[in-house]
Design a protein around this ligand. Structure first.
Ligand code: HEM
Ligand code: FES
Length: 351
């Protein structure tokens, strides 16, 4: 366990992240309510219907952004800071989507003699027709998923359910996204045609699918795992030294199917398993803090030279041997037992 581990931490960075998020959401809703009727809406709408669209569109854009953060961070490390607080982002999406659903309820059939909850369920209910499909059900499904994710976002649930189950539950955000896309598309078929909403939906799908595809192609790139003939271990290309970030890590995809985290620190380079001993957090996405590789998820720490947590903690991760050939670093794909010391590669002139 790391010296810095605390179940609930409100760091300065988290507060700034949440403040920017809250200001961004408020600014979007205010600008939408003020300008959308003139710019976007034809025929012009107002009142509760406009508020419903403001919150619905805001939730949709936030969901698109949160799904884009993961692949963006894998494609370019400069997006990593956005990854650290994604859970707060997810909880914010739930509340904005809830505001949308509550506005829908406040407006739907407001003047009908039928109870508005009943009206919502029966308003357009021909499952066999695209034009009368009850798309509200899809919105409700998405909202139920977002609620589950928000309610289980705390570390308590991560510990209670275990990392694999927790992660599997949280992958259902993709089901929620698919339901929201269908909700908007089928809703569009029934309301007046709104070209900007159609464009926004298409742009969102292209962005999310395109980024996931690009990140998958990058991770499965063939050139990086070319095997180097040797009678001593299974040496593969790990990285070019000039490409290594200072005091940061890169992920190396090994032919064994495992991932290693390569870290440059203090003029040296070492390699550890990428899987944190706590809950499999991606160590390569962490940073060097106080000379230790620090997991981005909950801050467990490991010494780069031997994969051991600093005293008094006892966690260990596997280490890997490295070899230098000019600007290239080779890694032995066979992991050493957790906590095995490996002399780091020392770069010249403290580079
Ligand atoms: C993740 C949750 C949700 C998101 C992101 C979302 C998003 C959207 C968006 C972008 C629209 C199009 C706005 C427009 O009509 O121009 C929309 C419409 C609509 N949504 Fe949702 N929605 C969500 C959940 C829900 C839920 C839970 C309900 C029902 C309680 C609901 C009911 C509706 C209705 C009735 C419309 C159509 C409005 C109209 O006829 O103009 N939505 N939603
Ligand atoms: S500290 Fe929790 S997964 Fe690494």
């Amino acid at each position: 366990m790391s010296v810095q581990y605390r179940p609930v931490t409100w760091t300065r960075n988290k507060l700034i992240y949440d403040l920017v998020l809250a200001l961004g959401i408020s600014a979007f809703v205010i600008v939408f309510l003020r300008y959308a009727p003139g710019w976007l809406e034809s025929p012009r709408i107002s009142g509760p219907q406009l508020r419903m669209r403001a919150f619905g569109t805001c939730a949709f854009i936030l969901l698109t952004i949160v799904l884009a953060i993961g692949p963006l961070a894998r494609l370019d490390r400069r997006f990593l800071p956005l990854l650290y607080n994604r859970r707060h982002f997810g909880v914010a999406i739930f509340f904005v989507a809830l505001a949308h659903a509550l506005t829908v309820l406040g407006w739907y059939q407001a003047f009908s003699p039928t109870d508005r909850y009943v009206a919502l369920f029966v308003a357009s209910s021909n499952i066999a027709s695209w034009h009368a499909f009850p798309f509200e059900y899809l919105g409700m499904f998405a909202l139920a998923v977002l609620f589950t994710l928000a309610a289980t976002s705390h570390d308590f649930w991560l510990n209670f359910l275990g990392a694999p189950l927790w992660k599997a539950i949280h992958m259902s955000v993709y089901a929620a996204y698919a339901a929201v896309i269908a909700h908007v598309c089928l809703g569009l078929l029934q309301a007046e045609h709104s070209p900007w909403l159609l464009g926004l939906t298409a742009a969102s799908v292209l962005l999310v699918c395109g980024l996931h595809l690009a990140a998958a192609l990058k991770e499965n790139g063939p050139a990086e795992t070319e095997t180097v003939a040797s009678d001593d271990g299974h040496w593969v290309h790990a990285a070019n030294i000039h490409e290594l970030p200072d005091e940061g890590g890169v992920t190396v995809f090994l032919p064994t199917g495992e991932k290693a985290a390569l870290f440059r620190y203090d003029g040296k380079v070492s390699a550890l398993s990428n899987a944190c001993a706590h809950q499999n957090g991606p160590l390569a996405e962490g940073r060097i803090i106080d000379g230790c590789v620090t997991c981005p998820w909950h801050g467990y720490q490991y010494r780069p030279e031997d994969g051991c947590s600093p005293a008094p903690f006892t966690e260990k991760v596997a280490t890997y041997r490295l070899r230098r050939e000019g600007d290239r670093l080779l890694i032995d794909a066979n992991a050493l037992p957790p906590g095995t010391p490996v002399p780091p590669i020392v770069l010249e002139t403290g580079a």
